[in-house]
Write a protein that binds this ligand. Structure first.
Ligand code: THU
Length: 134
């Protein structure tokens, strides 16, 4: 699969967003080391704090399928660029494989990319505890 395919999967995933409170639809396509994609969409809750972002939905989806090593994520949003929130940066950091890249864009405009290390510098992760997430 190409990055173009992954972008389209993320855009498709945002159609499944459950966001009646914010109306901010987000879709994510998380890519495994072997190129297998897992998608996710944000789903909100009447108790707002119970909301799950698209990125963590995709991570949950992948974990449930026995996958734990990811190289990149594509985040699609139809309300502009959606860089991952702090909690999602931390969760992605746990399962990154090497130089993990975050892409964000929307169905209409160009996509942007940044390494996770730029979005979460000096991170606290499995290495900090002498652990690997495998
Ligand atoms: N949201 C995501 O799904 N991913 C992001 O990267 C940013 C925020 C969701 C959470 C909530 O449903 C809505 O966007 C507004 O914060």
């Amino acid at each position: 699969m190409t990055d173009c395919d992954y972008r389209h999967l993320a855009i498709q995933a945002l159609e499944n967003s459950y966001s009646p409170y914010s109306h901010f639809r987000v879709g994510a396509c998380l890519v495994c080391e072997d190129g297998t994609p897992f998608t996710g969409a944000n789903f909100e809750n009447a108790s707002y704090g119970a909301t799950i972002c698209a990125e963590r939905c995709a991570v949950s989806n992948a974990i449930a399928h026995g996958r734990r090593r990811f190289t990149k994520v594509f985040i699609a949003c139809d309300s502009g660029y959606a860089w991952p929130c702090g909690i999602c940066r931390q969760v992605l950091n746990e399962f990154k494989s090497g130089e993990f890249t975050v892409y964000t864009g929307d169905p209409e405009n160009e996509w942007k990319a940044l390494p996770l290390s730029a979005l979460l510098p000096e991170s606290f992760g499995p290495e900090s505890l002498d652990m690997r997430a495998d």
